[in-house]
Design a protein around this ligand. Structure first.
Ligand code: NAD
Length: 462
């Protein structure tokens, strides 16, 4: 075992996973984690739930491991230490100790950049009388919001994506009036319109005001002013208009960025610069279906990136197999999930997709809790191979999406879904699970298209 000096920049998901993995694999290595925030290894994904249910989910429960626990395992965990520069030629980093106010350098044998992503800035004019503006990216942001929510009546959320909708639910649960402003025609615009419409109904049912196809131009006099002239009263504004990878440090050191704007990495999570790895929200992944680089800033992906980087930094040989972009979120009583490629993305990847939507009961119809689950399936027109899926409903959504994700991974076809031996009993599923109904419908569509295609070929021959 070599006594390499491993430095990790960033101590949330990918960084701490990599550090712990490397240290476990190579106890002789000296592992230093440099984290500019005060906290490490916390669940950013859990923050909206903590804000909604502080008694049930107190702040401490979001923190997987305290800095002392890492130190007890021999990891030199330095919080409130910000890396200001990477000198890749000399293999040193310049670090600012934010508490002591001093700057020093550290040398490395292997370096991991796990700098994450940052919230997109608000693009609107902000007057001195504007309502206060917050965003939810770090635990410090969550603390700030927790304090500011006290006494607030009206929250305006900018952005109808994952965080915007999760926080709309949180704020309604806390009794606030909530409005969501989304610049696209529908909320969650990366989903099929029919899925977005189900979500919009759920938001309205829960008294969330929606302003879609609208941009904010100004925050002024306790109001949010939209481009169509509408004015929404606000005590607090949450900006949840997306994130971008934090790559400035990497780019300045000559680390190559990919077409997505995130750091380009090999399957071993190494960058173009010798001895420098990247992982987590700052790094790209390869999409398993399109075989193209994609940027998926998701917590589970970051942890899997971190594990691979940690193994390799410790002298091992692990590869990251890629992503399907599987994701799920809850909004009030609905779960919304996706995996693989949607119809448009599959077309853009040159895959000739065919897509269909089905609605089916989530359990045997006579059982309490049986509700309609809506499944959008996309398959390859010629082979019937599964390419992607979106699911919305209040029951059976997670198992449906996970089944399809596993099936896409295993290169199964729509018709194969019907043959899967899935768990059945009336409280859990109908005899044919909704995912099997979707598979049958799409399988038939593909077969019908093949018959049509064969007939066309015959017509051409004669
Ligand atoms: P997002 O990309 O999910 O949504 C941002 C939304 O803001 C989009 O709908 C976009 O059209 C809209 N928008 C952009 N500019 C706007 C403007 N000027 N005015 C109005 N709307 C505007 O991003 P997010 O909700 O900020 O979440 C950040 C990241 O965290 C995402 O990458 C997301 O994948 C991740 N996340 C994932 C989960 C999950 O998987 N359950 C949960 C929370 C966050």
């Amino acid at each position: 075992m070599s006594s390499d000096r491993l430095i990790v920049i960033g101590g949330v998901a990918a960084g701490t996973k990599a550090a712990a993995t490397a240290r476990r694999r190579n106890p002789a290595a000296s592992v230093v984690v440099l984290q500019d925030e005060a906290e490490v290894a916390y669940s950013a994904c859990g923050m909206p739930y903590h804000l909604a249910e502080g008694d049930e989910i107190p702040r401490r429960k979001l923190i997987a491991r305290m800095p002392e626990a890492f130190r007890a395992d021999g990891i030199d965990m330095r919080t409130r230490h910000r890396v200001e520069e990477i000198d890749a030629k000399r293999a040193i980093v310049t670090v600012r100790d934010l508490e002591a106010g001093r700057t020093y350098t550290e040398s490395y044998d292997q370096l991991l950049i796990a700098t994450g992503a940052q919230a997109s800035a608000l693009k609107a004019s902000v007057s001195p009388t504007a309502p206060p503006i917050v965003q939810l990216r770090t635990l410090a942001d969550a603390d700030r919001i927790a304090n500011m929510l006290v006494g607030v009546r009206k929250l305006v959320v900018l952005g109808g994506g994952y965080i915007g909708l999760e926080m709309a639910e949180t704020a309604r649960k806390l009794g606030l009036d909530v409005a969501v402003v989304e610049m696209a025609e529908h909320v969650i615009p990366t989903f099929d319109e029919a899925v977005s419409q189900v979500v919009e109904e759920e938001l309205r049912r829960n008294n969330v005001q929606l302003f879609t196809g609208s941009r904010v131009v100004e925050l002024d006099g306790g109001q949010v002013v939209l481009d169509n002239g509408d004015r929404i009263a606000a005590d607090l504004v949450l900006v949840a208009t997306g994130v971008r990878p934090s790559t400035a440090l990497a780019a300045a050191a000559g680390v190559k960025l990919g077409a997505t704007g995130a750091i380009a990495v090999s399957p071993r999570m190494s960058t173009n610069v010798q001895r420098i790895y990247a992982a987590g929200d700052c790094a790209e992944s390869r999409h398993v279906v399109s075989d193209r680089p994609v940027w998926m800033p998701l917590g589970d992906v970051a942890n899997r990136h971190g594990r691979v980087a940690g193994v390799n930094m410790a002298g091992g040989d692990a590869t990251f197999p890629g992503v399907l972009g599987t994701a799920i979120f809850r909004v009030f009583d609905l779960a919304v999930a996706r995996t693989g490629l949607g119809h448009a993305d599959a077309s853009a990847a040159g895959l000739f997709p065919v897509s269909g939507m089905i609605q089916a009961p989530s359990r045997a119809r006579y059982m309490r809790g049986s509700t309609t689950v809506q499944i959008h399936l996309t398959v390859h027109e010629q082979s019937g191979q599964l390419l992607g899926c979106q699911v919305v409903g209040s029951d059976a959504v997670d198992k449906t999406i996970d089944t399809v994700a596993a099936a896409i991974w295993g290169k199964l076809t729509a018709s194969d879904l019907l043959d899967l031996d899935l768990a059945y009993a009336p409280p859990f599923s109908p005899v044919f699970a909704p995912v099997q109904v979707a598979g049958e419908v799409l399988g038939k569509a593909v077969r019908a298209m093949r018959v049509e295609l064969d007939a066309a070929v015959m017509r051409c021959m004669f």
